[in-house]
Design a protein around this ligand. Structure first.
Ligand SMILES: [Zn+2]
Ligand SMILES: [Zn+2]
Length: 371
């Protein structure tokens, strides 16, 4: 994520800001220009200070304070590019729903920022006929246990990402995290994971080359329901850390892909912010220099996955250490083993390669192992 700056007063701004803390001006995000713009009202629209002073209006979801993205004043849409993908949103007449939805939207907008910046398709494959395209959609649903219906399960199904509204409740989410023995559980993490399932469908399954991907993530044709049941009954294999980024990734190849995908997004986005702050670390106690890190490249267009990982490992180490000084849990409680880095490399090549049909370099390496 970038840092932004008020075009009137120079105040540094965060992605979610809808008002400048210093000069009080209204702010809106212009997705196409990837910028947060200070605004002046003009009729029923807003004149932007960025984007050559063009006129914009807010996404219809701004009325609930859950979106600060703009639409061109003359455009026919009611919703911004991020909110156009909402299929079901919570009933705003129910107390507490808007507050919960707002947290979900904050995470979703960060996800869409990343997907757009990586130039990933949001409406399926362009090489497929319109009717066959799997569009990315969101259902944000509240469980209604008093009506005897089963609770909402966060997940992905044929392009639709469902997020249970309860996940926005910190107590409830922490309960689930503890119950499932997870070191990390956040709304943003849910989005990054579930969207991994979406891109498995769009880029891997429909992109051909499934055989090659099976060599890296395993054969996804093994029964999914059985695999999950086994995982929850017996847990991950004892040596899961050698091959998987999380215990849950060991449950099924689809979960391995989605977990690893989520980590790729975690890493590029965190590194972009570290770069925006000019973070440079080089602990004097580490005499070999292996903990030196500086984001002197664009994490969203990195030269290769090694550059990402070599920068991220010392940086996440420093972040974890800082968190511990405040009595907080590690911000990144994960280990990247060589096997996991190889999987991250395949995802890197899938995202940055010439397209999903191109053979990922890391895949080639696995397909043609050295004697
Ligand atoms: Zn300002
Ligand atoms: Zn919106």
């Amino acid at each position: 994520m970038k840092l932004f700056k008020c075009q009137y007063c120079g105040q540094l701004l965060y992605f979610e800001n809808d008002k400048c803390e210093k000069c009080g001006r209204r702010l809106g995000y212009i997705a196409g220009a990837e910028t947060l713009s200070a605004l002046e009202p003009e009729g029923d629209a807003w004149r932007t200070r960025a984007a050559k002073g063009k006129l914009y209006r807010f996404c219809a979801n701004a009325q609930f304070d859950v979106c600060n993205w703009l639409i061109e004043a003359s455009a026919p849409e009611h919703y911004c590019v991020a909110c156009q993908h909402n299929r079901t949103v919570p009933d705003t007449s129910i107390e507490g729903n808007v507050a919960a939805w707002s947290k979900i939207e904050a995470a979703k907008h960060r996800l869409i920022y990343t997907l757009m910046k990586l130039k990933l398709p949001l409406d399926g494959r362009e090489d497929q006929p319109e009717a066959a395209r799997q569009r990315l959609m969101f259902d944000f649903l509240a469980s209604l246990p008093q009506l005897g219906t089963p609770p909402v399960i966060t997940g992905h199904d044929r392009g639709v990402i469902t997020v249970a509204l309860e996940e926005a409740d910190d107590v409830e989410r922490e309960n689930r995290r503890t119950m499932l023995h997870e070191p990390y559980r956040t709304l943003l993490g849910h989005f990054r994971h579930e969207v991994g399932h979406y891109y498995w469908d769009v880029l891997v399954r429909d992109g051909g080359q499934l055989d090659g991907w099976r060599l890296i993530f395993g054969d996804e044709r093994i029964d999914y329901a059985d695999a999950l049941q086994r995982h929850y009954a017996a847990g991950a294999p004892a040596n899961w850390q050698d091959n998987f980024v999380s215990a849950y990734a060991a449950a099924h190849p689809w979960e391995d892909f989605a977990e690893t995908w989520a980590h790729y997004l975690h890493i590029v986005d965190a590194l972009e912010m570290a770069g925006a702050f000019g973070l440079y670390i080089n602990p004097p106690l580490a005499t070999t220099g292996e903990l030196e890190a500086e984001v002197d490249f664009q994490p969203y267009r990195p030269p290769d996955v090694e550059t990402l990982v070599d920068t991220w490992m010392p940086l996440s180490n420093a972040l974890n250490s800082l968190n511990r000084t405040m009595g907080q849990p590690d911000v990144y409680p994960f280990v990247l083993s060589p096997a996991v880095i190889k999987k991250l490399g395949a995802i890197h090549d899938l995202i940055h390669g010439d397209g999903p049909a191109a053979a990922p370099a890391a895949l080639q390496e696995v397909l043609q192992p050295l004697p």
